[in-house]
Design a protein around this ligand. Structure first.
Ligand SMILES: *Cc1c(COP(=O)(O)O)cnc(C)c1O
Length: 394
């Protein structure tokens, strides 16, 4: 079969460039200590930043949600799949992040990927709309911009001058500036206050993807908006619920008119089955924890682990990227060496993903350490010592 031979040739090319990806099969819950292929491992891979994915209260709420609402929603939100659990979750989220918005309302989604597609295709649906997209944005924002009818301009990473010039030259009737808040492969923060000032000056929406900030940033875990103390009707906020919130799904919070437009016109919202209601029920427990004293102490512990890793890594050839968030990348350079070091750590019982192009630019293959409040200081010390040792081996 020629078609299969063609696919196999392409796959062989990937392999020659050390770009083949492999999935490892986990036999236990998401936590620092996992079992993979019968082998106990210490993992620094997940986005479960607060350690809520296996939190007893969240797991119990999931069980309770299944007892109350069954396993599946049975339909899309606009037909009959919108349950009381979804509504309570949306109300709770609107209240939680709404202090930073004007006339706030929230809309829940099955995934952050779909939420981003819905935002960009709804607000960017007209041909004379324009999307201004940060160069390091997540793939789901890039795909949302491709799917929208709006024209797309990419501005260089954190370059306010370049963005300002693009906005000043735009005649678009609708303008959207779109950015990650915490960059997922670098761990740094976008200059959100300055971006918002530009958006207000040029009548543009500021679409913020806070996948890695919701739950982890801000005194109450409300995310990047709380961290920078922002409040504006121009804000369109997307938070994911499968990372710090530990369950799955996502939400958009914005002015009620933005949300109503997404309900009426957002195809990735309308044409899909609503998430299982039990997930929404579990998320109510997880949002409670995020906003509580327990959430605050989990965030404080996570910050102390971030500081510890920074102190204990003594790198000469490799480079730890400047990051104060739970995402702690270590740039190695070549794909081959990054893979080899990832494998070396794995052999020592430490699981850290090696990230290669196209996820990151060529020549910047890296280890992407993610820390969680579920890690201990001893575990982070073990990781730092292992990385220091491997760097010296060459
Ligand atoms: C994970 C992630 C998403 C996608 O969210 P899912 O709920 O996993 O689909 C979107 N944007 C960023 C920046 C992410 O890291």
């Amino acid at each position: 079969m020629d078609m299969i031979a063609a696919l196999d040739r392409k796959l062989a090319e990937l392999d020659e460039q050390s770009l083949t990806r492999h999935r490892r099969v986990l036999e236990t819950a998401c936590a620092p200590r996992v079992v993979v292929g019968g082998r106990p491992m210490l993992a620094f891979c997940s986005n479960d930043y607060l350690g809520l994915a296996a939190h007893p209260r969240v797991v119990e709420a999931l069980r309770e949600g299944a007892a109350l609402y069954g396993a599946g929603s049975g339909a899309s939100h606009l037909i009959s799949g919108h349950t009381q659990a979804h509504q309570l979750l949306e109300d709770r989220l609107a209240e939680f992040v709404g202090v930073h918005l004007v006339a706030p309302r929230a809309l829940s989604f099955c995934t952050g990927y779909m939420a981003n597609l819905a935002i960009l295709t709804t607000l960017g649906q007209d041909g004379d709309a324009e999307i201004f997209s940060e160069s390091l944005n997540h793939a789901s924002l890039i795909d949302g911009a491709r799917l929208a009818r709006a024209s797309v301009k990419v501005y260089p990473h954190a370059d306010l001058t370049a963005l300002g010039a693009l906005l000043a030259n735009s005649n678009a009737t609708s303008k959207l500036v779109v950015t990650d808040s915490v960059f997922s492969m670098d761990g740094d923060l976008a200059p959100l206050p300055q971006l918002l000032a530009l958006c207000e000056q040029h009548n543009a929406w500021l679409v913020i993807d806070d996948a890695h900030g919701f739950g982890t940033l801000g005194a109450h875990g409300r995310g990047a908006l709380e961290h920078f103390n922002l409040r504006s009707p121009n804000l369109v906020y997307m938070g994911t619920l499968g990372k710090a919130a530990g369950v799955g799904g996502a939400f958009v919070a914005a002015h009620a008119s933005v949300i109503e437009t997404m309900i009426q016109r957002g195809r990735p919202y309308i044409y899909t089955t609503a998430a299982p209601p039990a997930l929404a029920h579990a998320l109510l427990a997880s949002i409670d924890i995020i906003g509580s004293d327990e959430g605050a102490s989990r965030r404080a512990h996570l910050q102390s682990l971030v500081a510890q890793l920074g102190h204990e890594l003594k790198l000469k050839r490799w480079q730890r990227m400047e990051s104060d968030t739970a995402i702690q990348p270590i740039i190695i350079g070549s794909n081959e060496e990054a893979l080899r070091i990832g494998a070396g750590l794995y052999g020592m019982g430490l699981w850290v993903p090696a990230i290669r192009p196209p996820t990151v630019p060529a020549g910047t293959a890296r280890l992407r350490v993610t820390l969680s409040a579920a890690h201990t200081h001893e575990e982070v010390a073990q990781l730092a010592a292992a990385i220091n040792e491997l760097e010296q081996l060459r």
